[in-house]
Design a protein around this ligand. Structure first.
Ligand code: SAM
Length: 300
């Protein structure tokens, strides 16, 4: 997605860019290289290890960036409003997070049920799986994992934890695999449940909503917001945000009744109406990109 992000944000000398999800700093380095010699980058990540890795990766651009540990929902607290030419949010987990079993994000390796992006936070996946009620578990498995068997899985988790506390990724993955055998399917049956638990542990949807609003306030007129999503639940939030900000009216409540609309100027416009998928070459290079989609909006 790197080339597509560059095409969307059009970094150039003297521009100011924000990477709200630094990860290993790959996108940030590309933005700094493309805006040489005078472009500036603000960057953040909730994960302290990611901020450290990004700082190392960006060392060749010293003097041209400021990095902080924190959520992108707080960007507008430390970056001047209407001062930036581009903001990137590359959502979800990073490869280093998934590849370290001790972070507990992956059902493919044995590790503690952790899944915190910010290790300063006390709430872990272990607490969620062992302490949330059956109905709360069923709700998140369905809403954030789109898991059609969410209720059944929630019931099985509750039954299992009455016997012994679920403490590892392997215990949870095997419990689900026993209920829904793989039968040659590529996708592990625990994929959706792990996604839902991760989203709940990290409060991802509510931070995404406030992050999108914060990102928009940072942009100058003509500045662009690029968001990479990895599944339909995230993408729906981004699409809904873009739809709301590109309308020339607001309305109260849930239902858009034409007679009750209140006119107001739109804040953003879509650069492309449709989400831009990763292409075959990108997927060949990084199989995790197969579900990535890019949406781009421009500040009016
Ligand atoms: C897909 S990775 C980003 C990879 C990055 N673009 C790169 O080039 O290496 C997503 C990153 O976003 C971070 N993240 C997720 N939610 C966040 C939030 N609300 N605020 C800040 N960082 C967040 C994760 O910790 C993770 O490091």
């Amino acid at each position: 997605m790197v080339a597509k992000v560059l095409e969307a944000l059009r970094p150039g000398p003297g521009g100011c860019y924000v990477d709200g999800t630094l990860g290993g700093g790959g996108h940030a380095a590309t933005l700094l290289a493309a805006s040489s010699p005078t472009g500036w980058l603000f960057g953040c990540d909730r994960d302290g290890a990611a901020v450290e890795a990004a700082a190392q990766r960006l060392a060749p651009f010293a003097g041209r960036f400021e990095l902080r540990r924190g959520s992108f929902s707080e960007l507008a607290d430390w970056i001047e409003h209407r001062s930036c030419d581009g903001v990137l949010l590359d959502l979800g987990v990073s490869s280093p997070q998934l590849d370290q079993p001790e972070r507990g994000f992956s059902f493919q390796s044995e590790g503690p049920l952790d899944m915190r992006m910010d290790l300063r936070q006390p709430f872990t996946a272990e607490k969620l799986i062992n302490e949330w009620s059956e109905s709360e578990l069923a709700r998140i498995f369905w809403e954030w994992g789109n898991e059609p068997q969410g209720r059944r899985m929630a019931r099985a988790v509750v039954r299992e934890r009455q016997v012994r506390r679920l403490e590892t990724t392997g215990q949870l993955a095997r419990l689900i695999e026993r209920m829904v055998p793989r039968r040659g399917q590529k996708r592990h049956p625990a994929t959706r449940v792990f996604q839902a638990v991760r989203m709940a542990v990290n409060d991802e949807i509510s931070l995404l909503k406030s992050g999108l609003a914060a990102a928009s306030t940072l942009l100058k007129p003509g500045g662009r917001l690029a968001v990479i999503t990895f599944h339909s639940v995230e993408d729906r939030v981004v699409k809904e945000f873009g739809r709301e900000k590109s309308r020339d009216y607001t309305f109260e409540g849930e239902v858009d009744v034409p007679a009750l609309r209140r006119p107001r100027p739109p804040e953003l416009r879509w650069v492309a109406r449709k989400a831009i998928p990763a292409d075959a070459a990108e997927v060949a290079e990084n199989p995790r990109a197969r579900s990535a989609q890019l949406r781009v909006m421009e500040k009016i």
